[in-house]
Design a protein around this ligand. Structure first.
Ligand code: LHQ
Length: 260
């Protein structure tokens, strides 16, 4: 294998991070997981990146842990997860910018968790997801046990995990595992156009919205109402709000991208 395990490119405010081990369907080794987390953290503080896309090179999105790479095996399973996968999923969840999982092909095991962890999930028509862990007698990890039941309910999640059934794009859309399905042959362009739409939105307000939603996933209504009231103050005090209201009154499209 040659070349970087994560490819980075930025166009029109969209930072695309491509998992680059295509001959293994982008199965994850430690180098890939640490490089992806590092790239996400850099995107977080880079004004050129307003939206982050995670996708895969070749015909796979991510086949989960590379079962042929023993680099993690000098650690226990718990240590390995805490060293690699868990910081990655936490970084996505706490990133101040929207993260799109652009699932171009099969997403299996921890790759399925990565596919679910994006704030938005867009799939190619031929993409699929398999909670493959039970095939090798492991427990779903990297957030799958948190994301999947919230999307499909406990029972469907258990069935998908216990039987390791493959979910294809049309079913994924119906089940709420993705927001959009795009044709295979124009997938990259469609993802870029979708991400650019998001990049034109008010970045500060979307950051606060993400914080509110993430907190709301585990809070009571009372807590959510308090959280909304606090975050609304931050949004209302920001120039984006003034620009949105002014644009509305002037009957023009708001301009939420400013040089800093
Ligand atoms: C692979 C892999 C792979 C290496 C395809 N590794 N080479 C686990 C342990 C420890 C700590 C942390 O967390 C985890 C979490 C996990 O992710 S456990 C789950 C690990 N992943 C799997 O068990 C998936 C194994 N792969 C498959 O079941 C199939 O490859 C899928 C269903 C993903 C795709 O099937 P196909 O489309 O038929 O492709 P293929 O099987 O022919 O794979 C293509 C190549 O990629 C092949 O190599 P080769 O040299 O024969 O062309 C595979 O060996 C390789 N590959 N997944 N995880």
């Amino acid at each position: 294998m040659t070349g970087p395990v994560i490819l980075e490119a930025t166009r029109a405010g969209v930072r695309t991070l491509t998992l680059n081990r295509p001959d293994k369907l982008n199965a994850a080794n430690d180098a890939l997981l640490l490089a992806l987390t590092d790239a996400l953290r850099r995107a977080d503080t880079d004004a050129q990146a307003r939206v982050v896309v995670i996708t895969g090179a070749g015909r796979g999105f991510c086949a989960g842990q590379d079962l042929g790479d023993v680099s993690g095996r000098d650690m226990t399973f718990t240590e390995h997860l805490n060293h690699t996968y868990n910081p990655l999923i936490r970084t996505i969840r706490t990133l101040s910018k929207p993260v799109i999982s652009a699932v171009n092909g099969v997403a299996a095991g921890a790759g399925a968790s990565l596919a679910l962890a994006g704030d938005l999930r867009v799939w190619a028509q031929s993409a699929s997801l398999i909670e493959v862990f039970s095939n090798i007698a492991l427990v779903p990890d990297s957030g799958s046990t948190w994301f999947l039941p919230r999307l499909v309910g406990y029972h469907r999640a258990f069935e998908l995990m216990a039987l390791a059934e493959r979910v294809r794009a049309d079913d994924a859309l119906r089940l709420g595992l993705c927001e959009q399905v795009f044709p295979d042959d124009t997938f990259q362009e469609a993802v870029q156009a979708y991400a650019e739409r998001l990049a034109a939105r008010p970045a500060h307000a979307l950051n606060l919205t993400k914080q509110a939603l993430v907190a709301g996933m585990t809070s009571t209504l009372d807590e959510a109402l308090d959280q909304e009231a606090a975050l609304q103050q931050l949004a209302g005090d920001h120039w984006e709000h003034e620009e949105g209201v002014t644009a509305f009154k002037e009957k023009r499209t708001p301009q939420f991208i400013r040089e800093t």
